[in-house]
Design a protein around this ligand. Structure first.
Ligand code: ADP
Ligand code: F6P
Length: 497
């Protein structure tokens, strides 16, 4: 099968770092997968001798495992029905809204849950197959929340960590999930759980206390298994490969391309930029509303200003995403109809994926970067923008509802729900004295330079390493399977289904 049969480090994530795409003429191409998880983990895994277990992005039989950039990629098959129920359904139409403040209503379907469980079992089987004796298994994100306990059942010898790339919701929202107990028990199969923010780890610990009736102390949850295990949940905010992206943005090609982009936009005085997956959590609607009102108020006007919005295709078969796309594209059309001139578009809307060099050039070209999510676990785009600004130019407008805000609070901070406030923040980011903007940019860059993705991975793995792996056992006591005993009943929210 491979250079090895098994590996000391195994990653499990819903997606592999590359998607298999079959072209109309039948040729197969592998494209980089979308999203922040892949951006981060791809850098971490390059050069490490590990395996990555994940879905190859299309329905049907999985391709044979293969090697890519030093990683062993082990595809997990999903059929069309599983994609609809596990990925588009339970993961992205139930969990995603609940974990993002119910910006759109969550949909609950028992059939989706059954398929979610089946797929999580398949991932656990695949992980168990490629993990060497005593391996470190690092599971990622909300799509695989049952995998920690399922791997523990199959492979009690391995160390299990889980990291959540998205927020973990307050207990009042999490409690809506009909399968809340199974999810918490699934996660508690890990030895260590990492979250983006202190508040996310706190929400998880509180959910264990209030919904499972477990004892908690600070960051540690004591399971009700016999013997008990202690599971720590703490914050380790994810980051990017600062050195690599910084170097890319300094290359003559990227700098020349940045100039070329500005020139092809008519060398505006101010270039605004947004880069997001086309997702309702990203606040693109609110951003466009603020921009349209600024144009209507006469505060800004093309050709002095223009706005490039990159809206990356995402989860296109889920209804909420279809509706969002229609709404955004209608709004862009209306704004351009009202405020563009010939050769002076108010909004440039780009619904594509781009190579990393082009992204770096866009970041280097933009005077103001608009990162205005309503809720976002981290937002790596904010960190990438700052990293590319080795010239200390540009200004970052950043929503306080992103994980990134907790590290980059010197940015031009906004509450995207407050349209008047958002308009004022955009104007401030445009008008602030360049000297002050350089000072801000320098301090934002320092933060990312000192907290990059390699450091994040080392912190996560060190926390996992420090976690007590074996259950605490009293003298003479035999180890028991890791079943959860019924919870205490002193909490009004504790009841077994
Ligand atoms: P999320 O994980 O929710 O998509 P992040 O901001 O954390 O959001 O990460 C998005 C990642 O995807 C970043 O690395 C960003 O540069 C990349 N990205 C977003 N849009 C595009 C695009 N159109 N083409 C190429 N890369 C993109
Ligand atoms: O972290 C959130 C997440 O779902 C990641 O798993 C992934 O990086 C990104 O969003 C893209 O989502 P999808 O894999 O559904 O296209």
């Amino acid at each position: 099968m491979s250079k090895h049969e098994t590996f000391d480090l195994v990653i499990a994530a819903n997606r592999l770092p590359v998607d298999r795409v079959v072209q109309p003429d039948g040729t197969v191409e592998w494209h980089r997968s979308p999203g922040g998880l892949v951006t981060a983990m791809d850098s971490v895994m390059r050069g490490r001798d590990g395996a990555w277990v994940g879905w190859a992005g299309e329905a049907g039989e999985a391709p044979e495992p293969f090697e890519e950039a030093g990683m062993w990629l082990h595809p997990v098959p999903l059929d069309a029905d599983e994609i609809a129920q596990y990925y588009e359904g339970l993961s992205n139409d139930t969990l995603w809204p609940i974990y993002h403040d119910v910006i759109v209503p969550a949909r609950f379907h028992r059939a989706w849950w059954r398929v979610y469980r089946t797929v999580n079992e398949r991932f656990a089987d695949a992980v168990s197959k490629v993990a060497a004796e005593g391996a470190t298994v690092w599971i990622h994100d909300y799509q695989l929340q049952l995998v920690p306990a399922l791997v523990r059942e199959r492979r009690p010898d391995v160390k299990i960590g889980w990291f959540n790339h998205i927020p973990f919701p307050p207990v009042e929202l999490f409690a809506q999930l009909p399968w809340r107990q199974q999810i918490l028990e699934g996660l508690l199969g890990a030895d260590y759980l990492g979250f983006q923010r202190v508040a996310d780890a706190g929400n998880f610990v509180r959910a264990c206390r209030q919904l499972l009736g477990l004892t908690t102390k600070g960051e540690v949850v004591t399971t009700s298994s016999q013997p008990a295990r202690q599971v720590r949940a703490s914050a380790v905010p994810i980051s990017i490969d600062y050195a690599e992206l910084e170097a890319l943005s300094r290359t003559p090609e990227v700098r020349a391309r940045a100039k070329e982009i500005r020139a092809s936009l008519g060398n505006p005085k101010t270039l605004l930029l947004g880069v997001d997956r086309l997702d309702y959590t990203k606040g693109i609607r609110h951003r466009l509303k603020a921009y349209e009102e600024l144009l209507a108020d006469g505060k800004i006007a093309p050709p002095d200003i223009t706005f490039v919005q990159v809206a990356t295709p995402s989860r296109e078969r889920v209804d909420a995403y279809k509706r969002l796309r229609t709404e955004i594209e209608t709004t862009v059309g209306r704004i351009n109809g009202m405020y563009s001139g010939i050769g002076a578009a108010a909004v440039h809307y780009l619904h594509h994926s781009y190579p990393r060099e082009e992204m770096a050039a866009l970041f280097l070209a933009a005077d103001v970067m608009l990162v205005t999510p309503l809720r976002d676990g981290m937002n790596l785009v904010a960190k990438e923008y700052v990293t590319c600004r080795h010239d200390l130019g540009g200004a970052l407008v950043l929503s306080e509802f992103t994980g990134a805000y907790h590290e980059l609070h010197q940015a031009f901070v906004c509450n995207p729900h407050d349209i008047e406030g958002l308009k004022n923040t955009i104007l401030r980011a445009i008008q602030t004295d360049p000297k002050d903007k350089r000072r801000i940019m320098r301090s934002l860059r320092r933060r990312i330079a000192n907290h990059d993705v390699q450091q994040w991975a080392s912190r996560f793995l060190a926390n996992l390493d420090a976690a007590p792996h074996k259950p605490r056992r009293k003298a003479g006591e035999e180890a028991q399977p890791d079943a959860q005993a019924p919870p205490a009943t002193d909490s009004p929210l504790v009841h077994r289904s």
